[in-house]
Design a protein around this ligand. Structure first.
Ligand code: SAM
Ligand code: DTB
Ligand code: SF4
Length: 345
């Protein structure tokens, strides 16, 4: 199956329109050609700098423009971050994602964050950062520190984007994605559903992702976490099958990428999550918290993975160096570094 980068909006919209069972079957077939259907990649998240963000993203509790109850926190000390990573590693996470509520980091921030990357990597984990917009030089400095992934989401379609964010535009996002790619980092890029967008907007987001010069290695599909005080706190509920369709279409368009069922799992039933895994999601955030909101409880995840026979990937079972055409290489079930699944097996 060739990896395409020339999807038209109509083609993507037509995938969304397919009967649910047909769409899931197509997604599942492609999933199986590129991935082990019974394996799941597990990342952990930490907010290393929280709140008081100058951007006005309508979904985000960390924006200084919204009146949320969130306490702002300065950039964490390197040793605190490393300790959190150590704990996440012991709990089975193979990648540690550090997020900061910045529009873009200062060069002095980059030096500190580079130390975090070096030390977290020394634990044997993959590293991911999400710090806002990056210059070419900053992306290069982070690569030199050993960073594996950079997360920078397009969030929604180009048409709906201005309804949600006014302080930066789509072109800004694309420019950072280009800087990250040029630096040779792996790209983690996805979006959010449930923000009151139309199905056509969801198609538009996935079309943009799939038509990037290279598919993102990692595609997070976030379900909006409605936070009181944000402009989207009262967004209309999304039909849960639309989330499943979005995952399935992402899988069809970007068959070799890892699709992460990202924010919003705490509010999802086990059955809805299982449908998303069937539709091609093969990664989650694991741990008590996302950045500022609660995540699905770790013991609930462990029980769910066991009930579904899902194997948590161990360290070094994946290799993004081969680009997006290569699926992860997987070990068997018995792995000492996977207490989350093994404990309940
Ligand atoms: N400030 C950086 C940026 O925006 O690029 C990095 C951190 S930001 C919190 C990372 C991503 O979290 C956003 O792009 C958005 O997709 C997601 N996100 C933020 N708030 C969310 C919410 N309430 N529900 C779901 N996803 C959310
Ligand atoms: C992504 O796509 N989702 C994560 C991660 N990348 C940084 C963030 C989700 C944040 C959810 C709201 C919160 O906890 O603040
Ligand atoms: Fe700031 Fe990122 Fe939140 Fe937007 S999503 S307000 S840039 S922390």
């Amino acid at each position: 199956m060739t990896i395409r980068h020339d999807w038209s909006r109509d083609e993507v919209a037509a995938l969304f329109e397919r009967p649910f069972n047909e769409l899931l079957f197509a997604a599942q077939q492609l999933h199986r050609t590129h991935h082990d259907p019974d394996a799941i990649q597990v990342s952990a998240l930490l907010s290393i700098k929280t709140g008081a963000c100058p951007e006005d993203c309508g979904y985000c509790p960390q924006s200084a423009h919204h009146d949320t109850t969130l306490e702002r926190e300065r950039l964490m000390a390197v040793d605190e971050v490393v300790e959190a990573a150590r704990q996440a590693h012991a709990a089975g996470a193979t990648r540690f994602c550090m997020g900061a509520a910045w529009r873009s980091p200062r060069d002095s921030d980059i030096e500190l964050v580079a130390s975090m990357v070096r030390e977290v990597k020394a634990l044997g984990m993959e590293t991911c950062l999400t710090l806002g917009m990056l210059s070419d030089a900053q992306a290069g400095a982070l690569r030199d520190a050993g960073l594996d992934y950079y997360n920078h989401n397009l969030d929604t379609s180009p048409e709906y984007y201005p309804e949600v964010i006014s302080t930066r535009d789509y072109a800004d996002r694309l420019q950072t994605l280009e800087a990250v790619r040029e630096a040779g980092l792996a790209v983690c890029c996805g979006g959010i559903v449930g923000m009151g967008e139309s199905r056509d907007d969801r198609a538009g987001l996935l079309q943009q992702l799939a038509n990037l010069p290279r598919h993102p290695e990692s595609v997070p599909i976030n379900h909006l976490v409605k936070v009181p005080g944000t402009p989207l706190a009262d967004a209309p509920d999304l039909d849960p099958f639309e989330l499943v369709r979005t995952v399935a279409v992402a899988r069809v368009l970007m068959p070799a990428s890892v699709v992460r069922l990202s924010a919003g799992r705490e509010q999802m039933s086990d059955e809805l999550q299982a449908l998303c895994f069937l539709a091609g999601a093969n990664s989650v955030f694991h741990g008590e918290r996302l950045l500022t909101t609660p995540n699905a409880a770790p013991d609930r995840d462990a029980a769910l993975f066991t009930r579904l026979g899902l194997r948590v990937q161990a360290d070094h079972e994946h290799d993004h160096s081969g680009g997006t055409d290569r699926g992860p290489v997987l070990y068997g079930n018995a792995c000492a570094s996977q207490p989350t699944a093994a404990d309940t097996a």
